[in-house]
Design a binder for this molecule. Sequence first.
Ligand SMILES: [Mn+2]
Length: 356
Amino acid sequence: MKLGLGLYRHMLTSEYYAFARQAGCTHVVVHLVDYFNQEESPSRTNQPIGSKFEPWGVAGEADKLWTLEELKRIRQEVAEAGLTLAAIENLDPAHWCDVLLDGPRRPQHIENVKAIIRRMGEAEIPVLGYNFSLGGVCGRVSGPFGRGGAITVGMDGPVDAPIPNGMIWNMIYDPEAPSGTLPSISHEELWRRLENFLLEVVPVAENSGVRLAAHPDDPPMPMMRQQPRLVYQPHMYQKLIDLAPGDSNALELCVGTLAEMTEGDVYDAVDQYSKQKKIAYIHLRNVRGKVPHYQETFIDEGDVDMLRILGILHRNSFDGVIIPDHTPQMICAAPWHAGMAHSLGFIAAGLQALGC
Ligand SMILES: [Mn+2]
């Protein structure tokens, strides 16, 4: 198994790459969507939270896809820092919102995703993480929920306020949208949209040598903001896998999100999907409680025995990248760095104990 660090767009600098190396990472996962473009600079060091009703920020430009040159440059800069670029995490809503919405520009947006995948293949970036969700990562609260009062995020009850027009996946893709809200759809309709997406895009990914890696819904509620959620129980990941054959239809397995789910068992789920070689990479974070009331914690204080998770992955010969996902903010001059260094040190020790 390989130790990695997830970096937001504004963190794609030599300083952050050096930090990853110093913490023992060999790999990085990068975000090219800028979730923080409406926030003041201090909060850019945290995970994007927004608030219960406010979005993360404004999506990118609809007609400006990530270019081959840009992708190659990032991969090269990461390599020059002594690291390997393992994945890009998340598509920009500006590029594929009508795939999620089944909107009028869907054919163009499917072509956008295919173009990004082909360019990633050419740039030798092997994994694209995505989150097929209308509501996105929404409705969370933050507070001193971590050990010692460390600021972290959680959920404190369902959020049913509908999604305003012009917003998808908790970002604004059309600031000029008329007032009003997105009509609710059924779970069946959402799964139909996913199936059509996979059937069109997975073959392109196969040909490009890129794996698509699905993140489960975070928070894993059946409904959020009056819209259905896709993968909100562990067994629903199997349904996603079975929709489209091929090695490229894979998972961005988030242990924290699985632990927040109300059914199943997080150890069984990790065993089930790692045995099938369906995990492209892993988000490893801990949590206390389950939806609709849970809190993210330090990696060594939540409900999940992380060493047991690593043991299961090792037994099933998982050889991919593990990143911390999020961590609580530690009280010091560099809260994000301290939280990540703590989590990375814990994971590194776990891997060393297993002989990885
Ligand atoms: Mn995650």
